[in-house]
Design a protein. Sequence first.
Length: 694
Amino acid sequence: MPESGENAGRIARMSEMCRVAVLVSLSLPLTVGAATDVITPTLSTETRLGPAPVVPDRMPLKSWNTPELAAFSAGGFGTLDLSDRHLSRAFHNLIYTASEGTDMAWTGAVATCTPGTRSQAFKVAVLTRVQYFRAMAGVPSDTTFNATYLSKAQEAALMMSANDDLDHSPPPTWDCYTADGAQAAGSSNLSYGNYGWNAVYSQMRDNGSGNGAAGHRRWILYPQTQEMGTGDIPSGGGYASTNALWVFDGNYLGTRPTVRDTYVAWPPPGYVPYDVVFPRWSFSYPGANFSGATVSMTKDGIPVPIVTETVVNGYGEPTIVWVPDGLNANSYSTSWPQPAGDTTYTVTLGNISAGGGTIQETYDVTVFDPSVPGADEVSPEVIGSTDVTVGVAEPYTYDLIGDWVGDYELRETRLAAYSDIEGAEFGLGGIVDGTDASYDLITSGTRASGTYSFHMAQPSAQDQYFTLPQSLLIGSASMLRFSSRLGYATTTQVAKAQISLDDGASWSDVYTQAGTGGAGEGGFTPRSLSLAAYQDRTAIFRFYYEFQGGSYFYQTSTGVGFYVDDIEITDSYEVTDEIITDIGSDGAFDFTAAEADTFGLQVRGVPWPGFGGLEWSSLFMLEAVEGMACSGDVLVLMEPSYTSGTTECTATISIENGVNVTVGTGAKLLLTAPSVQLNPRFKVAMGGRLVIRN
């Protein structure tokens, strides 16, 4: 339904620069039983940016106090080699995505002018997003958040939300005005309509008709900056979400630190995930004069049309900005399109005046989809024996990924048959519910079978999801089967089924369906998707309802949104009894089975401690058996009969035992040696197996 009167009134009072769009006038009927509701989509409250802050007359003094927190480490993420596609993909999937979904745990209230506190994890998440962009750009990423900046920026964000406006010089007559908040407003990038890491993303994107200079981005990437702070207010109670990212510290115009590429470009040279490319491209160079500079681009060798923005100084380093391929950078909803495959853009800049001369720079940017592995990626596959003895350490090796991976983890698991069909009939169980608290994920209003189904809607412009609890080993004939119905949904409300090979750090689409803009499907449709591409990998699954901007159906009533029922993953095994251990980075480890069973071993790289790991390798299966040991040339049998077993000797194996030894029905005994000698009392029962190899 339309916005409340209170909220609509607040929106109407916004300045032209920051005003959100009016509601879409389209009305569509939806019949629910005998009653009829009017289902009308609305435009989202998209991010709006005020002008970027200009250099004040007096910069904040450099703080010599210990910063409140650092997201990664004192040294930041170091210098990234973006010529390595796997590294760039991993950095995106582990570091960029690490921020999302972190609970703010805000204790304040706009109505009472209470700035409140935020969780430490939330502040770290925002800083992580800042550090991601700085590391990708090749400038020092050891930036920290200063406690004073954090406190004052929070007051600034509160003022912006309370007054439905963005102003770097707020007047004392403003609601919730404080001198500290006003100081922060003049030292910060300001966002309306979002907060936290999303605000950092929006400021880096720098869309909007007043942001041709990409000033917000230039402050985030300014090489000298060492300390920042974030202020964040979530939406609620008729007040909009806002952010103040403090970007000025006492290091302005200080000695420029070493940067990776001499210049600072966005997108930077090398492999760059498409979702952080943005319509406005920029190139910064210290002390440069871009008044007569030229820019040209090619796409896989074919010229690309560009529009150069007016050169404006006063934001970070001197910079030239341009928009390629006819994209509309003045619209806040425009993003870089998802490429069908890796696409290389060559940028050439000429006639740049710098250092008393003229310079020219040429570099390549390869835009890629970070959910798609590269053909040359190395997986740390396990190599070793498939038969081991209980209690005996067995050596294994694995492939190293690259110098940028400093640590590896081993996952030991067991397998159990899996044949469940999930239709929400028994509640959530272990399912992770990532939907809005204002409606129930499980519904009985519409379903494909049984009594219940899963239902995702978007009462606000936020993505929704639920994740199945099982980690499954995928077979060659595995299929993902489910029934779904996408009802009222706009073309930017997209239903997805997704798979993750790294315990949820990153996700790949296996099914997508966009809304029609109207009533959509009137009933459920069975879906059947092959998972053969993931054979021998362990995976988790989720269903995702994504909002991609623009208008959306915000109702949660029957017939609106994404329904899922009867979820089944065939030809799969459930991974159980997980044990994860650190195994260093020398490419080898020992495994000792504690008991007879079938085990699975997997290895993954951990490039940046504290941020999870990369995809697990294929599952290496082995069988552990009991009761024998090799000593010299004598095989010592501990028991008179065996259900299974294995051993290896370097000399002749001779079985010496005073009792009858029997390999039982259905059992297997493996002996490996140059020769094997069995005594007369050794027997193999019908259906047993004795394997001798040399």
